[in-house]
Design a binder for this molecule. Structure first.
Ligand SMILES: CSC[C@H]1O[C@H](OP(=O)(O)O)[C@H](O)[C@@H]1O
Ligand code: ADE
Length: 287
């Protein structure tokens, strides 16, 4: 059996029906409280830790999410891979509302979000050239196909600051940049997962055509919610399929779990306790 799998549920995904709850983890981290309690659950043979990104009543907007606390709490809960489930807008005609996209790249267009655990005095620079774990992504892709979901293999997700949606000029600009889908949450989440040496892969569920499409209504919360419920039902099916059939990728050769050995730009043994405290769970194997 693998280590624990984390699921970060986005808009609409606040619970997973029919799973066995083992424990509710009320975790405090050096970076503050995560968005909610973490639910330790069992799905088949797998221990799964579930966290609703916006809180269970969706009271936390994208720019106020404590991404560092969420990822650090996952680390403390012994999670070594995270499935992010996210609502996105489509920036391409052929990605239709209701389709899923197994994105493989992000462009971080957010501002002012706390986006690193290595805020000094311990400095680290890790590669996010490929921010998505290829193994987890291909297992999720297989699960989407098995669940009969119209799914796109790969895509660029631009992460905007929000909470307002884009202007038409911005939406067209992102299209001209080659972006495929747009959302507000996956950065800095993915970067922080990499710093925490946790595999990360997103299942992006398309809800709308943003505001660039001349024949479709501009995105609104109402239009998102209309599609979101059906998307969430598909996500439940996909997750069941994933954990029953695709969750054991024994031959994975990713190095998501081994980036700090070469990334830390400091002599950890020379640091005092105060410097190590906020990153202890990330660096304890090097001390
Ligand atoms: C309520 S629609 C806009 C909201 O939904 C997405 O969030 P998540 O990635 O957590 O599903 C999008 O990024 C916005 O935050
Ligand atoms: N059009 C859009 N822009 C940003 N975030 C979204 N989430 C869902 N649809 C979106």
């Amino acid at each position: 059996m693998q280590g624990r799998t984390g699921i970060i549920g986005g808009s609409g995904l606040y619970e997973i029906p029919g799973i066995e709850v083992i424990d509710k983890l009320d975790i405090d981290t050096p970076w503050g409280k995560p968005s909610d309690e973490l639910l330790l659950t069992r799905i088949g043979d797998h221990e799964v830790v579930f966290l609703p990104r916006h809180g269970s009543s969706h009271a936390i907007p994208p720019h106020k999410i404590n991404y560092r606390a969420n990822i650090y709490a996952m680390k403390l809960a012994a999670v070594n891979r995270i499935i992010s489930v996210s609502a996105v807008g489509s920036l391409r005609e052929d990605i239709r509302p209701g389709d899923f996209v197994l994105v493989d790249q992000f462009v971080d267009h957010t501002r002012g979000r706390e986006s690193t655990f290595f805020d000094g005095p311990v400095v680290a620079h890790v590669s996010v050239a490929d921010p998505v774990c290829p193994c987890l992504r291909s297992s999720l892709l297989a699960a989407c196909h098995d669940a009969d979901i119209d799914t796109h293999n790969g895509g660029n997700y631009i992460v905007m600051q929000g909470p307002q949606f884009s202007s038409r000029a911005e939406s067209n600009l992102y299209r001209s940049w080659g972006m495929d889908v747009i959302g507000m949450t996956n950065m800095p989440e993915a970067k922080l997962a990499r710093e925490a040496e946790i595999c990360y892969s997103t299942v992006a569920m398309c809800t709308d055509y943003d505001c660039w499409h001349e024949d479709e209504d501009d995105v609104s919360v109402d239009s998102i919610v209309a599609v979101m419920h059906a998307n969430v039902a598909k996500a439940h099916k996909m997750l069941q399929t994933f954990f029953t059939t695709h969750a054991d990728h024994q031959s994975c050769t990713c190095n998501c779990n081994d980036v700090l050995r070469s990334g830390i730009f400091a002599d950890l043994k020379a640091q005092d306790d105060q410097a190590i405290l906020p990153i202890h769970a990330l660096v304890e194997s090097f001390l």
